[in-house]
Write a protein that binds this ligand. Structure first.
Ligand code: ZN
Length: 833
């Protein structure tokens, strides 16, 4: 390898970083700990105490357990040592340019205990292959199993402190060789990569000939209603053995109630995240009144609903009857869309849209309203409008108002609702000013009366002492094709055919109305109203409420995701299926359920989904259990007789209580792949629980930090890795059965790596930590070594030293035992008297 020299340099640099303690000093330190432990024990009598924090470990103590006690339970006799040292498996991976998706998955797999053991101990290698294996330094990777070989080497390196960036680079290029999509430095989906990698390893294992022939299950499931799956035809692999199980999709005919089942394998369950049920919309309500009065309110509308639901929500919030307001859209330049069909899909309205609800007069209040307006008009005429001294302008507006020439006879029957906004125009550019308002006018109203009514609504904006001439503005009718203006020359402007057309074109939602933009030329507007702009509209409490409620991503539980996954759904009419019993098309009910469970259960949260033509990420918090997830509720309910049948049949599987053991459905979390960010930019990290010290670590490319258990469940969680409690190996710190005992931890696969310790000590009670320590110390040894013979040389140099240490440890134990038994006799003696 050309980069051998540089990689060696890096390696030694890395080694220095990983092991800051000299090997000799380490031995001394260990000895001093043993002695301290002894003195502590003698001091505290029979109470077992872990050694207190020590001053002499050269800052090493800071490495882990910062402010948390989860590992403090590590009070076994070989416990105190590693808790202050580097832990195998806790090593970062270099980012080779957007490879965080790869790194996060590698860390999750490296902490998949049985998989890591299988890979690192190269259990995939057949006996004959072992012999064929060249002893050369550079391991010639067989082309056919290159990805698996690289993966195995990488996992092994992570657990033996041998990792160099060169290894992950080689792994990446092996992957790229096999899959076009992983060439280059693009970001990829971690779940897709995980599935690709598992599939690749499965293929590699089969190619290596280390698969086992598929055999028939020992007992056929034969349960009338529940047909069991047919055994797989292809050969299995360790990947399938560990990760694969089956789900059942059942179709039930609504007519004959007969059920048809199909069974499919899965390596990973993609769980849907329940969508929030509502979303917020913000609506500016234009209230009726003498002057325009507006308030912005917030409402929650159901997802996938219609405009009628928005109408109901606004009505509930404002107490305005649902048929007594018009929904429309307005921006700075005037009216935009109208929402006049209550059956329209509400998806046409987005949260950011500026929606207005114009309160309209009640029909039965018509008469009183008219009289009220009449009195207001009189009031307006007498007091409010002060016309300037500019006598050159004809006060025809006044005349028109004084002389109501309009034929008002059949007024109540023929009135029209007008939604009005003001716009100051320069050329074609216009900007709304003041507040929009509603007028309720007789159709046969004259221009003068209409003008007066409009000005009345704007009176509070008028500058003092200005003079208004007839037709200071033009009226533009909205909602018809082309631009139509009503001019002061019109005798009855609201009788104009365009108005009639606009009025009739209103949909059924809300009362019929006509939208009119009062257009002022900029000069006139400035003269009459000064620099009035769009008016301030206050927000109601409900705006803050809904903003707060909906902008926090909604939370759910993993169990709810499972419920959604296994929820029975009716087929759409287009998807109708031919029932084999009725022999005709039926809209069957389809339901997914889990038929079997794998030992390692990978759950993928479907955070990315298609929304129209864009992909969005759901940032919802999904609460998931760290320990004891019970999968039983999500399994196919089987008849009593079938419980006794093995749910798995596998030539590899260890027997672990067939069917009836409730632990079969209990799972503990050991790794999480997180996705941070959104569709535009993201980053992957992994949280993994170490099988030696039982501590959670955050793996962020090359950075690794210990983390608290309570920080593991985050809304970034993307892929969850659970392992069946009943199959957690006893050597694992995660094992609830025997993990806490030192003798079982001494069986950890790391100890079984070639050359990691003398076999004669394998069952030694306190050899777990020491052999791990020896592994660590070996890294201190200067000089590179090959995978095979180098190790033995290195370890050989240490065996004698370690052996004497172990002898001392045993000696300490014997002393301690003697001390305890002495205490025991003393107590006995005390009881006797
Ligand atoms: Zn049927």
């Amino acid at each position: 390898m050309s980069s051998k020299a540089s990689s060696k340099e890096k390696k030694s640099g890395l080694g220095k970083k990983l092991f800051r303690r000299g090997s000799v000093r380490s031995v001394g330190s260990f000895m001093s700990r043993v002695l301290k432990t002894l003195s502590t024990l003698s001091h505290f009598g029979s109470e077992l105490q872990p050694p207190e924090g020590e001053k002499d470990d050269g800052g090493f103590a800071a490495f882990k357990n910062e402010g948390k006690g989860s590992v403090a339970s590590d009070d076994s006799d070989c416990g105190g040592f590693l808790s202050r040292d580097k832990v195998p498996g806790v090593a970062g991976l270099k980012n080779h340019g957007n490879t965080c998706f790869m790194n996060a998955i590698l860390q999750c797999l490296s902490n998949t205990e049985l998989f890591a053991e299988y890979l690192a101990l190269e259990q995939f290698r057949g006996q004959t292959e072992e012999e064929d294996k060249p002893k050369a330094n550079g391991v010639p990777r067989k082309e056919k199993g290159e990805v698996t070989e690289q993966l195995a080497g990488l996992v092994r390196a992570l657990w033996t402190f041998e990792y160099t960036p060169q290894q992950s680079r080689e792994f990446k290029s092996a992957v790229a060789k096999r899959a076009m999509q992983y060439r280059g430095n693009a970001q990829h989906d971690a779940q897709e990569f995980l599935l690709w990698l598992l599939d690749r390893v499965h293929e590699d294992l089969n190619n290596m000939g280390h698969n086992r022939p598929s055999i028939k299950p020992p007992i056929e499931e034969d349960d009338g209603a529940l047909e069991g799956p047919s055994p797989p035809l292809s050969a299995g692999s360790f990947v399938q053995e560990l990760f694969q199980a089956q789900y059942r999709s059942s179709l039930t005919c609504p007519h004959c109630q007969k059920q048809s089942n199909t069974f499919d394998p899965f390596l990973c369950i993609s769980l849907p995240i329940p969508l929030p049920h509502t979303r917020p919309l913000y609506v500016t309500v234009v209230y009726q009144g003498k002057y325009s009065h507006c308030m912005r309110i917030g409402v929650a509308v159901p997802l996938n609903s219609t405009v009628s639901r928005l109408r109901e929500a606004v009505s509930r919030e404002t107490k305005i009857p649902p048929d007594q307001f018009v929904l429309t859209e307005m921006y700075y330049d005037g009216f935009h869309r109208s929402f006049c069909d209550d059956d329209d899909d509400l998806d046409i309205i987005q949260e950011s849209d500026s929606i207005f609800a114009f309160e309209t007069p009640e029909t039965f209040k018509l008469e009183s309203l008219r009289s009220k307006r009449g009195s207001l008009l009189a009031n307006l005429n007498q007091n409010n409008l002060k016309f300037g001294n500019d006598s050159s302008r004809t006060p025809s507006f006044m005349q028109g108002a004084v002389n109501p020439a309009s034929p008002n006879k059949n007024a109540g029957a023929d009135k029209m609702i007008l939604l009005i906004c003001n716009r100051a125009c320069i050329g074609h550019q216009g900007r709304r000013f003041g507040l929009p308002f509603v007028l309720y006018m007789e159709r046969t109203v004259t221009w003068d009366v209409l003008q007066k009514a409009i000005l009345e609504k704007m009176h509070h904006l008028l500058r003092q002492g200005v003079y208004i001439q007839v037709g200071p503005f033009s009226l533009r009718v909205v909602g018809v094709v082309g631009i139509t203006y009503l001019l002061p020359q019109e005798e009855f402007p609201l009788c104009h055919p365009t108005v009639e057309r606009a009025y009739k074109s209103c949909g059924a939602g809300g009362p019929p109305h006509v939208k009119i933009v009062v257009e002022w030329d900029k000069e006139t507007k400035d003269y009459l109203f000064g620099h009035t702009e769009e008016e301030y509209i206050p927000d109601a409490e409900s705006v803050y409420l809904h903003r707060e409620q909906h902008h926090q991503p909604q939370a759910c539980t993993l169990a709810q995701c499972f419920q959604l996954y296994t929820k029975e759904e009716q087929l759409a009419p287009d998807d109708a299926w031919r029932c084999p019993h009725c022999k005709q098309l039926q809209q069957g009910r389809i339901k997914l359920s889990l038929w079997t469970l794998p030992d390692v259960l990978i759950l993928h949260l479907k955070r990315f989904r298609q929304e129209g033509d864009r992909r969005v990420k759901m940032q919802n918090m999904v609460h998931f259990p760290l320990v004891g997830m019970d999968m039983a509720p999500h399994m196919v309910k089987r008849s009593q007789s079938s419980w006794s049948l093995p749910s798995h049949w596998s030539p590899w599987r260890r027997p672990y209580g067939l069917g009836r053991n409730p632990d079969d459905y209990l799972y503990d979390l050991y790794a999480v792949c997180n996705h941070h960010g959104n569709m535009h930019g993201g980053h992957y990290t992994a949280y993994c629980k170490n099988s030696i010290d039982g501590q959670w670590y955050c793996f962020d490319d090359s950075e690794v930090q210990p983390m608290a258990d309570e920080d593991v469940c985050q809304q970034t969680a993307y892929i969850l890795f659970y392992q069946r409690r009943a199959t957690i190996p006893s050597w694992s710190a995660n094992s609830s059965v025997a993990g806490s005992t030192s003798s079982s931890l001494c069986e950890h696969w790391v100890n079984r790596l070639p050359g990691s310790k003398p076999p004669s000590l394998a069952s030694g009670a306190s050899s777990r930590r020491t052999s791990l320590a020896s592994l660590a110390e070996s890294m201190e040894f200067p000089g590179d070594r090959s995978e095979d013979d180098g190790e033995k040389r290195v370890y050989g140099a240490y065996y004698s030293a370690w052996f004497s240490i172990l002898c001392l440890v045993y000696y300490v134990h014997i002393l301690y035992f003697l001390y305890l038994s002495q205490c025991f006799f003393v107590i006995l003696g005390a009881c006797g008297t």
